[in-house]
Design a protein around this ligand. Structure first.
Ligand SMILES: Nc1ncnc2c1ncn2[C@@H]1O[C@H](COP(=O)(O)OP(=O)(O)OP(=O)(O)O)[C@@H](O)[C@H]1O
Length: 246
């Protein structure tokens, strides 16, 4: 895959976590309640690894953890710093919005918009309207990722007209088109057959290495762990039960 990525603009960091060696500095607590059901998440880990895999049984709290880091949900208490940048510190009353966090997200079902084309889906996260003067530059970035993922001939297609692998590439292109500061991926290969899974896993690894992006990946798949993890965080029943630097 040819995946050029221009250097991020040197935007001022709203809350620098100065000089921290930790790529991931995470401590999160959240109590969930729905009817009789209760779940307590209380996870923490620190790692200098660029690629961290969250591993654990179904219902352990992996997706909840990722949603809190992304800012989709808010922790009751906690602290999040990624690559030396503070994202959230509830004790200090600081929390960046999901947009300001600038994380490229990808979910198990890819969450593509069904009525938008491949190109529109990839452009969506850039939030540029037709009056926005940055539109041309934004379009150039979108076209770059369309090419990088071999989606040019499919750019006008709707998601239901794509194969699983093409949908996965579109979702990953959308995550990257915002020029993210980190990638948070929830079972990105789950819907794919084993051959495609292997090749896209290798592509993701090459891309992550080339862009040097911090990557947090949720997976059930041992092969994903073997191929991608530099640090494995094992979560069970809402707690970190083991950590293995790979
Ligand atoms: N609103 C809620 N109230 C109570 N419990 C909840 C609520 N939302 C989610 N849960 C519980 O939180 C737990 C963690 O869910 P989560 O989706 O994070 O698990 P997971 O480790 O990602 O599982 P999977 O691998 O199956 O995706 C589950 O047991 C779920 O039932």
């Amino acid at each position: 895959m040819n995946a050029p990525h221009p250097a991020r603009d040197p935007t001022p960091d709203p809350a620098p976590h100065a000089g921290s060696p930790w790529t991931w500095d995470i401590a999160l607590q959240r109590r969930l309640r729905q009817g009789e059901a209760r779940f307590t998440l209380d996870v923490q880990w620190r790692s200098t690894a660029r690629r961290v895999v969250l591993h654990g049984p179904s219902g352990a709290g992996k997706s909840q953890t990722l949603r809190l880091i992304a800012g989709i949900d808010r922790p009751d208490a906690g602290r999040i710093a990624v690559a030396g940048r503070e994202i959230c510190d509830t004790a200090a009353g600081r929390s960046l919005s999901p947009q300001a966090r600038s994380f490229g997200l990808m979910f198990q079902d890819y969450a593509l918009f069904p009525h938008l084309s491949v190109r529109q889906n990839i452009a969506f996260g850039r939030r540029t309207g037709w009056l926005n003067p940055g539109r041309e530059a934004a379009d150039a970035e979108v076209e770059r990722w369309i090419d990088a993922f071999g989606l040019r001939s499919l750019a006008g297609q709707l998601p239901h007209q794509l194969s699983g692998g093409q949908r996965q590439r579109t979702a990953l292109a959308r995550a990257l088109a915002i020029r993210p500061r980190a990638l948070l991926l929830d079972e990105p290969f789950a819907a794919l057959d084993s051959g495609l899974r292997r090749s896209l896993r290798a592509e993701l690894l090459a891309l992550q290495t080339e862009l040097d992006l911090p990557l947090l990946l949720i997976t059930h798949d041992e092969e994903d762990v073997q191929a991608l993890a530099q640090h494995v965080v094992q979560i069970e029943a809402g707690r970190v039960v083991n950590e293995v630097p790979a």
